[in-house]
Ligand binder design. Structure first.
Ligand code: S3P
Length: 170
């Protein structure tokens, strides 16, 4: 089974994929980690040294290669992955179960405010700017996120509850 977890930064894609992996026995992978290994560099350094366009190109290539090659996996994407290079079309591939983890703007702002440093897109924003940035960004990205096969709303739910909900879908 090919399970893809997507959603905005800070929604918990990586930690939920680990929990889901433990429960289901399906191995989990993280696209940001795959990129970091392949480039031998952190996401922040790739953005700083090579720029976002370069990042989006390798993100697309590695995402495509991964889902074409692997058969049984849970893959957590980066928040922007579905929104570039037609990656959203891959979310509907035969055999792919794509799940959008949806959270409110307030929820995401609260989760991200202390985790800005490692995220190049938001690291220079003040706490006040963050809320407005997320609101606009989510509005832009929503179109792509909606291309996933399922949506799971995560607001106010424990990780355990979310994983249970995902297990019922797959
Ligand atoms: C990004 C999200 C990040 C990472 C990069 C760009 C985005 O992943 O891929 O910083 O465009 O939303 P997380 O969603 O895991 O933070």
């Amino acid at each position: 089974m090919k399970i893809i977890l997507l959603g905005y930064m800070g929604v918990g894609k990586t930690s939920l994929s680990k929990k889901l992996s433990k429960k289901s026995g399906i191995p989990c992978f993280d696209l940001d980690e795959i990129i970091e290994k392949s480039e031998n560099s952190s996401i922040s350094s790739i953005f700083k040294d090579r720029g976002e366009v370069y990042f989006r190109k390798i993100e697309h290539q590695l995402f495509k290669d991964f889902i074409e090659k692997e058969e049984n996996f849970i893959l957590s994407l980066g928040g922007g992955t579905p929104c570039y290079a037609n990656n959203h079309l891959l979310l509907q591939n035969e055999g792919v179960v794509s799940i959008y983890l949806k959270a409110s703007i307030d929820n995401l702002t609260a989760k991200l405010k202390d985790k800005r440093a490692k995220r190049p897109l938001i690291k220079n924003l003040s706490e006040d700017e963050l809320h407005e940035y997320i609101a606009k960004h989510l509005f832009d990205r929503n179109y792509y996120y909606q291309k996933s096969k399922f949506t799971v709303v995560v607001n106010g739910k424990s990780k355990k509850e979310i994983v249970k909900e995902i297990l019922q879908l797959i």
